[in-house]
Design a protein around this ligand. Structure first.
Ligand code: SME
Length: 166
């Protein structure tokens, strides 16, 4: 049985390296995208302090994200490309670090407690993103570039760990 190990948070880059090591161990031997997304969300939510939501949205058509496995309060199911932080990340083809969601005009408030947000893309090679990992925090300014790089690394580990239908 996998047991997540507490990680020292004093060195944030080291924290993310250790989180990546634990995710590889957690996903080892399993190739199912839904199961691995569920466990990835659970690990992130358990290990990263000050989160109120961690989960996945997947592109189910050319213009819409649909909710995937997550931890936290029930969330909005469908997000159009170009809408909210998640849909904007897909539209622009880039990760998004939002220090204060109140300053992001299109923010979709699934949980009124959310104050900052990090969205990273799920990429398969050079093709367009096929989903996102979305993290919310009740703490303004919770996420920075080190968190962005750390969660982007987790996204790559997740994508590589799964079998994807063509
Ligand atoms: N706030 C997101 C919507 C998803 S929830 O945070 C889970 C957004 O604006 O895209």
């Amino acid at each position: 049985m996998f047991a997540a190990q507490t990680i020292d948070m004093s060195d944030k880059a080291a924290f993310h390296r250790e989180l990546a090591t634990q995710l590889k161990a957690l996903l080892d031997g399993e190739r199912d995208p839904i199961a691995n997304a569920a466990n990835t969300a659970a690990l992130i939510f358990q290990m990263m302090p000050d989160l109120n939501w961690a989960g996945f949205y997947f592109m189910q058509s050319d213009d819409e994200l649909v909710l995937g496995p997550f931890q936290g309060k029930p969330a909005c199911v469908r997000i159009a490309v170009g809408r909210g932080v998640c849909g904007t990340a897909i539209d622009l083809g880039t990760s998004m670090v939002i220090k204060d969601v109140h300053d992001f005009p299109g923010h979709i408030a699934c949980d009124p407690d959310s104050r900052s947000e990090l969205v990273v893309l799920l990429m398969d090679g050079d093709d367009a993103a096929f989903g996102v990992i979305d993290l919310d925090s009740p703490v303004p300014g919770r996420f920075d570039k080190v968190d962005q790089a750390g969660i982007e690394a987790l996204a790559s580990i997740y994508v590589a760990a799964c079998d994807w239908e063509e």
